[in-house]
Design a protein around this ligand. Structure first.
Ligand SMILES: *Cc1c(COP(=O)(O)O)cnc(C)c1O
Length: 374
């Protein structure tokens, strides 16, 4: 049995080495390092894959969120509703723009933002809602879009973890990231569609917003040296785009490999008292960026170190909700104010999940978990 890893980027590369190496050499030899042809080509192919009107590449998933908020013309003091249980990038960008963070509760089963909590958080000052399709499964988009439309508040989908996932909205099967006003994603290496460095993208179905996004990413200019709005420098690197063009062709196979591994875990781990396997929402497919258990009775950390001693890495995504982070602590959200998000932070444990997992490795992981609870 090979060493078990949380992710195996080298193993994945080795299987597509010839394609990747050829694409990189081609890009280097053509020497169009900034906004070279692979960037446009990736934007077009990803738009077609996602059935999205536009895709705009940018430097990383955090920039994508910032640019999305800038494109919606959010101003300092505007309220933005965000999940309390998420990766920090989601809220960091809002804080940097001077927006007032309104933290919403999580759903205890899906880990995703609770639509009821979103609706209860709306005031006249609410100018945007950010939802995160956490661990690879879509938020309750039907309910969330109903709220977004009813109150006229634009919704940003942080789709860094769920590219390729589908969900049902008003009887239609839509790609995660293409449902709200703007979708964002990250091509961080360990993401489901990852490059070999930093990268990100935005999706929009609205031509005016797409144009605005493209200008903001490029110093607020449409025409070189004529700056109509204040922008940033956030470009998808050409070499990374050439890697992504190769990997996009394999994305469906990568998703299938993750789903197969998740099914295996489900079969082996369901029925163990003390842990809960990931809930599957019938309204969404799950692309398993992470396979995340809930461990009850305060045993999470003990299970984690038990597995570590057996050579099994696990991760806690995320150990603290936003309002427990030093930088984001506030009087509005004392401990106990967002009990579900707080409980999830104490219970979640993500098992190794990637495209190269072997069944022998998974059997050993599951057997070790059974041993802990025996
Ligand atoms: C990875 C991630 C980001 C940030 O992406 P970067 O490319 O690392 O900036 C944002 N949101 C979520 C939910 C993520 O998982």
């Amino acid at each position: 049995m090979n060493t078990i890893q949380m992710v195996d980027l080298l193993g994945q590369y080795k299987r597509i080495k010839n394609e990747i190496d050829a694409a990189l050499i081609h890009s280097i030899e053509s020497s169009a390092f900034i906004q070279g042809p692979p960037v446009k080509e990736l934007e077009a192919q990803l738009a077609s894959y996602l059935n999205s009107a536009s895709v705009i590449g940018c430097a990383n998933g955090t920039d994508a969120l910032q640019v999305a908020m800038m494109a919606l013309a959010l101003k300092p003091g505007d309220e933005i509703i965000v999940p309390a249980f998420t990766y920090i990038a989601t809220v960091e960008t809002a804080a940097l723009l001077g927006l007032k963070l309104i933290l919403a509760e999580s759903d205890p089963h899906t880990f995703n933002i609770s639509p009821a909590s979103v609706e209860a958080s709306i005031t006249e000052r609410t100018k945007a809602i950010v939802v995160v399709h956490l661990f690879g499964q879509c938020c309750a988009m039907e309910a969330l879009m109903k709220i977004s439309n009813q109150y006229g508040i634009p919704l940003i989908e942080d789709n860094a973890q769920a590219i390729g996932a589908f969900c049902q909205v008003e009887g239609m099967r839509k790609h995660a990231g293409t449902i709200g006003a703007i979708g964002t994603t990250s091509f961080f290496p360990s993401k489901n569609l990852g490059c070999y460095g930093d990268g990100g993208a935005l999706f929009s179905q609205d031509a005016t917003l797409a144009k605005q996004i493209r200008m903001i990413c490029n110093h607020g200019q449409e025409r070189k040296y004529y700056h109509d709005i204040i922008g940033v420098n956030s470009r998808l690197d050409t070499l990374q785009a050439s890697i992504l063009l190769v990997k996009l062709k394999h994305l469906d196979a990568y998703i299938a490999a993750r789903q197969k591994a998740a099914d295996f875990y489900d079969a082996q781990l369901s029925g163990i008292g003390g842990i809960q396997i990931p809930y599957r929402d019938p309204a969404s497919s799950h692309v398993f960026h992470q396979y995340t258990l809930k461990v009850a009775d305060g045993k999470r950390d003990a299970l984690k170190s038990f597995l570590e001693k057996k050579g099994i890495p696990t991760m806690v995504y995320y150990p603290e909700p936003v309002h427990f982070q030093k930088a984001y602590a506030s009087v509005e959200y004392p401990p106990g104010s967002l009990p579900v998000a707080e409980l999830l932070a104490r219970q979640v444990l993500s098992l190794p999940m990637h495209t190269e997992l072997e069944e022998s490795q998974q059997s050993y992981i599951c057997q070790s978990i059974r041993e802990f609870f025996a």
